[in-house]
Design a protein around this ligand. Structure first.
Ligand code: B1M
Length: 222
């Protein structure tokens, strides 16, 4: 049953079928499937497959757009349940997160933001195509402890370095930790640009944020 549901979720993204993705996400919750399992083992493999086929020239931009839209519809159903499960007692730290300028990929960044929020962090999501100065302004405005910078393109990843430089230039670097992520990033890249860390996925990003800010697990309230 679970396998069948996960397969159907994967297929709904491949087909770019937003209505099916919505219904299947509802079914997954009704069946008691943890939202994260539905995302990681259902929707994400579908999107990864579409990305691979796009890379091979077998699928095209409209296919990738439809697949992303289907995934986002499914996520919209799962997100409130993730938040409900994570009602936390106190804030572990304030996070500003966004995707770099010139880059409009948001699904991974949204997942990272969602996981941080459900783990007890206060998250301010700046969206996509975010200018370095906007990261700085938001870090000041929200008195951020951590800035998270996402980039999905080899052509935009240099933007992560620009954000780190802007944070430094604004005199915030000593009190703000910086993490980077997204397919082209790596631990080596993070260290090269002077970020504090890199995570390859959303769960790892939460562990990294906890480690960098020196905060432990939060007890879920209900
Ligand atoms: Co684009 N795209 N895309 N795309 N797209 C990729 C990234 C690509 C690898 C596809 C391919 O060629 N195989 C390729 C990049 C190649 C490269 O640079 N080497 C690519 C390309 C080329 C492009 C365009 C240039 C295509 C074109 O126009 N010709 C264009 C660029 C637009 C732009 O940004 N300026 C483009 C456009 C798009 C869409 C708009 C159609 C759509 C995005 C829709 C949206 O986000 N609203 C899209 C999509 C969907 C993809 C793929 C298929 C999927 C990305 C995704 O959402 N993955 C992608 C191929 C792939 O990744 N397999 C591809 C699911 C998500 C859960 O994973 O984003 O990796 P991911 O996030 C993970 C981790 O990376 C990590 O945690 C997340 C959760 O586990 N992570 C972080 C991410 N951010 C983090 C931050 C952190 C920590 C961890 O700390 C702060």
């Amino acid at each position: 049953m679970t396998e069948q549901l996960l397969r159907a979720m994967r297929q709904s993204v491949i087909d770019g079928d937003a209505a099916a993705a919505t219904t299947l996400a509802e079914q997954a919750l009704a069946a008691g499937m943890p939202p994260l399992e539905a995302i990681d083992d259902g929707f994400v493999p579908g999107l990864s497959w579409v990305g691979e086929q796009f890379g091979l020239g077998e699928l095209f931009l409209p296919d990738m757009m439809l697949a992303a839209r289907a995934m986002q519809k499914g996520l919209a159903v799962l997100e409130p349940e993730m938040q409900r499960q994570a009602a936390t007692r106190h804030v572990l730290g304030r996070v500003v997160i966004g995707t770099v300028k010139g880059d409009i990929h948001e699904i991974g960044k949204n997942l990272v933001g969602m996981m941080l929020a459900t783990s007890g962090f206060e998250v301010h999501d700046l969206g996509v195509d975010v200018a370095p100065e906007r990261f700085v302004e938001a870090a000041q405005e929200h008195d951020a402890d951590l800035v998270g910078i996402s980039a999905l393109l080899t052509t935009t990843m240099a933007g992560q370095r620009t954000v780190v430089e802007a944070i430094e230039a604004a005199g915030l670097r000593s009190r703000v930790k910086v993490i980077v992520g997204g397919a082209p990033a790596s631990a080596q890249w993070a260290s090269e640009i002077g970020a504090d860390g890199y995570s390859e996925d959303a769960i790892g990003a939460v562990a990294l944020a906890r480690q960098l800010l020196g905060v432990g697990e939060v007890v879920a309230a209900g």
